[in-house]
Ligand binder design. Structure first.
Ligand code: SUG
Length: 417
């Protein structure tokens, strides 16, 4: 029997979590710009989500916050107080919490050499995110060090923007069997940046040595990007045979579904019509930025943000979905409001890796006891509140660095300091 299972590696929200409004095209980030943030609450919300999924699935991983403030970047930016506050905030960003953007992952059954391939995302479209990959790669190199099972690549070279798993979906009969990988790219020219470049997607597929007949390249709809769906995972999510997508997720949707079905005939599309949930409401509530999980019982559950339950149209749709005979039988809201206010829902906060848990460095795998320990470190060390005016202050820098070090110590991962 295959030992391959899907493990969700959630990003632990870092102690510098703040609302600096750095992401053009991400409406939540722009709307909350300048507001105080609550890093401790944010990290505890993320931890509670992890605990819920650990209980549901029996397995859960995590990745650590990256070193912030990023002093070498701050030095290169020659920050002297005269600069734009957005520039000052970039080295402080806790954006690595959204591990769906950490890498693109092709599980072993999909690749020519039978190893799981990971390519860290270069995230070159935005400065605060482009700084992530070297530290992300260090962490992936450690967590997935077993080269009999994993290959960790270098990122795609600039200027081809790569946003990782947020623009990648996988369809399969079972997680441990060969799947079909769907890469979703954007075309530039709209009012917001199209962050995923087609050539980046194609390069990743080649580097991972995927079977060409089991890869599909699909264009994200320009209207979705213009409405604020800066990543495909804001308007679509896949799991097993199921593609759950908004009607306006893809450019030429009929052709997109046909191309996916040609590579993966058992495809089941659960499409949400705009007449039931508008694109704007889908983006505001992040209905599609959900974790679509196969439960041990075999059924699927959709882990959605609490914001979905508060929206009349979205919740009405979810209730009908649960009552239907379709593949998604449960919709479970979770509170990740601190992350949501920066445009990161339940799906942004996790990187899916299909692998044998025994092949992963166990320091990156969660159990109840470790969750308690992480919770204690967060409660004791994470700042309760950050006012954007505090960004850049020496005393806050000291607190943020010390908080991260306390976590690394508790997890025996001081080598990432
Ligand atoms: O890249 N927000 C992130 C949100 C990433 C969501 N990820 C996925 N959809 N997979 C982004 O836009 C906001 C940071 C700020 O404004 O300070 C930010 O980077």
């Amino acid at each position: 029997m295959s030992k391959l299972v899907e493990i969700n590696f959630d990003g632990i929200v870092g102690p510098s979590h703040n609302y600096a409004g750095l992401s053009l095209g991400n409406i939540a980030s722009a709307d909350h710009r300048g507001e105080p943030s609550f890093p401790r609450a944010a990290a505890l919300q993320g931890l509670a989500k992890m605990r819920g999924n650990l209980a549901r699935l029996g397995v859960q991983g995590f990745l650590l916050p990256l070193p912030r403030p990023n002093t070498p970047l701050a030095e290169r930016l020659v920050l002297d107080g005269s600069e734009d506050p957005a520039l000052r905030a970039a080295p402080w960003s806790a954006s690595s919490m959204w591990t769906a953007n950490a890498a693109t992952v092709s599980p072993a059954p999909d690749t020519a050499d039978g190893r799981c391939h990971l390519t860290p995302a270069n995230l070159v479209t935005m400065l605060h995110r482009a700084q992530e990959w070297p530290d992300t790669k260090r962490q992936l190199d450690l967590a997935f060090a077993d080269s009999a099972h994993f290959a960790v690549h270098d990122p795609v070279p600039p200027s081809f923007g790569d946003e990782g798993a947020a623009n990648h979906m996988r369809l399969c009969e079972n997680h441990g069997e060969a799947g079909v990988e769907v890469f979703v790219y954007g075309r530039p020219g709209g009012r917001f940046p199209a962050r995923q470049h087609e050539q980046a997607s194609r390069l990743v597929a080649r580097a991972h040595r995927l079977d060409r007949t089991r890869c599909v390249f699909v264009e994200q709809s320009p209207e979705a990007i213009d409405a604020g769906a800066f990543h495909n995972d804001v308007v679509a999510v896949a799991n097993g045979r199921v593609l759950f997508a908004h009607e306006q997720a893809f450019a030429e949707r009929g052709r997109a579904y046909d191309a996916i079905r040609a590579a993966f005939p058992p495809l089941e599309v659960v499409e949400v019509p705009a007449s039931e949930v508008s694109l704007e409401e889908a983006i505001r509530t992040y209905l599609f930025n959900a974790q679509l999980l196969t439960l041990p019982s075999g059924g699927m559950a959709l882990i959605v943000p609490e914001e979905c339950r508060e929206s009349a149209s979205v919740w009405q749709y979810c209730e009908a979905l649960m009552a239907s005979n379709g593949p998604i039988r449960e919709v479970i809201p979770v509170d990740v409001r601190q992350s949501m206010a920066n445009g990161g829902g339940p799906a942004c906060l996790r990187l899916r890796v299909v692998c044998d848990p025994a092949s992963v460095d166990s320091r990156f795998l969660l159990d109840e006891e470790k969750a308690d320990g992480i919770g204690q470190v967060i409660a004791a060390h994470w700042p309760e509140q950050i006012d954007p005016r505090d960004i850049g202050r020496e005393s806050l820098a000291r607190d943020v660095i010390a908080a991260r070090h306390a976590l690394l110590d508790a997890l025996d991962l001081s080598q990432l300091a």
